[in-house]
Design a protein around this ligand. Structure first.
Ligand SMILES: Cc1cc2nc3c(=O)[nH]c(=O)nc-3n(C[C@H](O)[C@H](O)[C@H](O)COP(=O)(O)O)c2cc1C
Length: 223
């Protein structure tokens, strides 16, 4: 059964730790049969803030989910087509990044929009974060993403046994201590526990998507 997994990186840093962490998770999922992965890097996109103009609720048109004509226009169709969304954010002030927050606010058009209302319902969601210090906010960062998934009617997946159950946490300083090697920009790749958790989360998202799709098929539902 085919699974389309879309990853979104919410770090302003190109080729940084969050991007590398997401990439690893997508690779692990992509090794499974029938899985297609792709990624959106918010650092490369121009995405304005939702202004709560409510155009989407009253005047939304097919093929025009939002009044703001920016890079979300090319991302909306990818969100609609995806079976599963893996959102990756750096931990900023113990929560998601501003880039990721602006991006997620624009989901209003898919949650409450006149034409697209409900398209996220039943999709699978997973969250990953990269943090500098082990205990300086990764869990609350993940929760700021996961709570939105729940509000949107999505099915949230955890990485499973051990580690953090809200999503996968990667440490970008050595062991999350704050020490680092200035020659090594991608400390997260050395965090074996974080890596295993990201791989497990992405694979479990695929498994959950397949289970849900098979269930819908057996019930004769297209979505
Ligand atoms: C504005 C800002 C806020 C941050 N807040 C936290 C924090 O609360 N806890 C933490 O451990 N690291 C924090 N960091 C560090 C980042 O989470 C860390 O450097 C991470 O590796 C960034 O990922 P990147 O390499 O993809 O940019 C913060 C960094 C910035 C720029």
């Amino acid at each position: 059964m085919d699974v389309r997994l879309l990853g979104v990186c919410g770090s302003p840093v190109r080729e940084g730790n969050t991007e590398a962490f997401l990439d690893e998770a997508l690779k692990a999922a992509g090794e499974l049969e029938g899985v297609t992965t792709s990624a959106v890097l918010l650092s490369q996109k121009k995405i304005g803030d939702c202004r709560q103009c409510n155009w989407c609720m009253a005047k939304q048109e097919n093929d025009r989910p939002c009044a703001i004509q920016d890079d979300m226009m090319e991302i909306y169709p990818r969100l609609i087509e995806a079976d599963a969304l893996l959102l990756a954010t750096p931990t900023y002030c113990a929560r998601l990044s501003g880039y990721m927050a602006a991006f997620m606010d624009r989901f209003r058009a898919l949650v409450l929009g006149k034409c697209y209302r409900g398209v996220l319902d039943g999709k699978v969601g997973g969250a990953i974060t990269v943090t500098w210090l082990r205990n300086a906010g990764p869990e609350t960062a993940l929760l700021s993403v996961v709570s939105a998934f729940l509000m949107w009617g999505m099915v949230v997946v955890s990485p499973g046994e051990g580690g953090c159950q809200f999503g996968a946490v990667g440490l970008s300083s050595v062991g999350g201590t704050g020490r680092f090697d200035p020659k090594d920009r991608l400390g997260v790749l050395k965090d074996d526990v974080g890596m295993a958790s990201a791989h497990a989360l992405a694979r479990r998202m695929v498994q959950m998507t397949r289970t849900l799709k098979a269930g819908r098929q057996s019930l004769g539902k297209s979505q």
